[in-house]
Design a protein around this ligand. Structure first.
Ligand code: CTP
Ligand code: CA
Length: 228
């Protein structure tokens, strides 16, 4: 039966997934973050576990809970914490999927006391965070499969493929965040999956759960192709 087959697809595989935004504080009451609810990453974790994988989910601050108690959930707040958790778990995983919306910049200085308002502007100097995906790509062995996400508002496929190549990924899931019914917050999404050979699979609008299963099926296909 189809469902029984699906439940075996990732048997014996360890999968690492990152989800949600990161949060970068500037003082004890204020922070910078990204528009991400974590739903796509959580859907991937639950689908992977359903398909038989041992799943570790590293997540930034989200309002979600897991229905599957077998998933190992690791909660982090900042990009730096997410980087540490991902680097620690990466070597023991066969497949890693970075669905998180990591902050690209953090305030250079974090005030210990709340900043009081004053007349005029407040200039916050921002510094770059490390690119976690890039770091993982550099540490990747030949047996490991690394998948990134790309959030784009224009020319999604072009920019997505550029990220795939630049970061040396095995595949990328491209999110056209400008499209109707796609991207942040909702329960549906519309994405494209592109592998290293630049085969493009455009998925139609579907639930994040169905998209998650399809993404995992494509990863299995490409990973097995490579081992042949
Ligand atoms: N990513 C990461 N570490 C960062 C920034 C991004 O690991 N500091 C990962 C995301 O988790 C995602 C992928 O990189 O899997 C692409 O993220 P995206 O924001 O679309 O691309 P960037 O490379 O950050 O480029 P830009 O934001 O300028 O489009
Ligand atoms: Ca970014």
């Amino acid at each position: 039966e189809d469902h029984q087959k699906q439940k075996m697809m990732l048997k014996g595989k360890n999968i690492l997934i990152s989800a949600g935004p990161t949060r970068e504080s500037v003082d004890p009451v204020r922070f910078f973050t990204n528009r991400s609810t974590g739903k796509m990453g959580f859907a991937l974790a639950e689908a992977a576990s359903y398909m038989g994988a041992e799943v570790t989910l590293v997540t930034g601050p989200v309002n979600l809970s897991l229905s599957d108690s077998r998933i190992n959930r690791v909660d982090v707040v900042t990009a730096r914490e997410m980087e540490e958790a991902m680097i620690a778990h990466f070597p023991s995983n066969d497949i890693t999927i970075k669905a998180a919306a990591v902050a690209d910049y953090r305030p250079e200085h974090r005030y210990d006391e709340k900043m009081k308002k004053h007349d005029g502007h407040w200039h916050v100097q921002m510094e770059r965070t490390n690119d976690i995906l890039q770091t993982l790509a550099e540490q990747k062995t030949d047996d490991q499969f690394l998948v990134g996400f790309a959030a784009e508002t224009e020319k999604p496929i072009d920019y997505g493929i550029r990220k795939l190549q630049k970061k040396g990924l095995d595949a990328i899931v491209i999110n056209d965040v400008g499209a109707e019914g796609a991207g942040f917050e909702g329960n549906t999404n519309m994405v494209s999956y592109v592998n290293r050979q630049q085969d493009v699979e455009n998925m139609s609008l579907a639930s994040k759960r169905d998209i998650a299963v399809r993404i995992l099926e494509l990863i299995i296909r490409d990973k097995e192709d490579r081992q042949r």
